[in-house]
Design a protein around this ligand. Sequence first.
Ligand code: HEC
Ligand code: HEC
Length: 265
Amino acid sequence: MPQSLKVVRLATAGAHVASLLSLALVSARATATDTPAAPAAPAGATASATAAAAATPATAAAPAPAVASAAAADLPFTHGTAAAGSAKSALCSACHGPNGNSVNPEWPRLAGQSAVYVAEQLRLFRSGVRNNPVMKPLAATLSDQDIDDLAVYYEAQTPVGLEADPSYWKGGEALYLGGDRAHEVPACLACHGPLGRGNPAAGYPALRAQQSVYVVKQLNDYASGARFSSANTTADPDSVMMITIAKRLSPEQIRDVASYVQGMR
Ligand code: HEC
Ligand code: HEC
């Protein structure tokens, strides 16, 4: 990732780590005031940008303007276009599905995913830091321009289909919206947003409409240490956040929250 963008992410992420992982759980107020749509609600349901803002910890203030404008020059949108990404996505569609709507539970959906996050993950696969035997050789063939085009293309797609498993999503909703105080788990909502649309400014991924089987695998990979976004897992905020959180989740919580996000829009 370009250095200046990383700086913004670190600043934002640092605030989150401080405010959330130091266990000042922010969930109670957000839960009381937000009423995210139930799983399987139609696209574009209720919550607004205002709700998202209210749910974000006060410490996650926008980065200083000087830094933000430096970063803007390095956003995927600066270099990439959806049209070029569409043309380059044919190979990807074999697994990630038409318009990024994967139908295989083990292959993640990319439709509507944050472009900043997609670009970062493709670079992590390419460098082998995110060590996946399927994606690494594929990403190795991508140029920076390809990555930016694909990232912009996938963010512009709309996730369709998939619903929550009725047996599990209620427990997952409680965890997503309220966290688990007893085990010092912050609400997922604080970073992934009330509707699971992520936090584009910080590059936090969207989780809505994601394949639950894939989500379970990722949470287990963070917990086991198999997935991280920097070799220095104790200093890199992106790694610290999800490794710390995933380790505190029970297998049942992972199953439930994965089911819930699969139904979010
Ligand atoms: C052979 C199947 C296959 C093909 C083809 C493929 N992918 Fe993947 N992709 C996967 C799998 C499997 C994963 C999940 C890896 C893991 O478990 O960490 C993945 C993960 C990803 C992720 C991370 C998603 C997330 O939510 O973190 C991105 C981004 C991605 N692929 C983009 C692409 C792009 C762009 C292409 C085309 C250049 C592509 N993939 C081609 C199978 C594939
Ligand atoms: C403090 C902010 C924060 C909180 C709270 C948080 N996450 Fe995350 N999450 C992140 C970041 C940042 C990433 C991307 C990390 C990376 O680059 O690997 C991420 C990644 C993920 C991923 C991988 C997404 C993908 O497409 O591969 C899943 C799944 C996930 N989080 C689930 C959860 C769940 C479930 C909770 C609540 C129990 C939660 N997160 C709480 C910040 C957070």
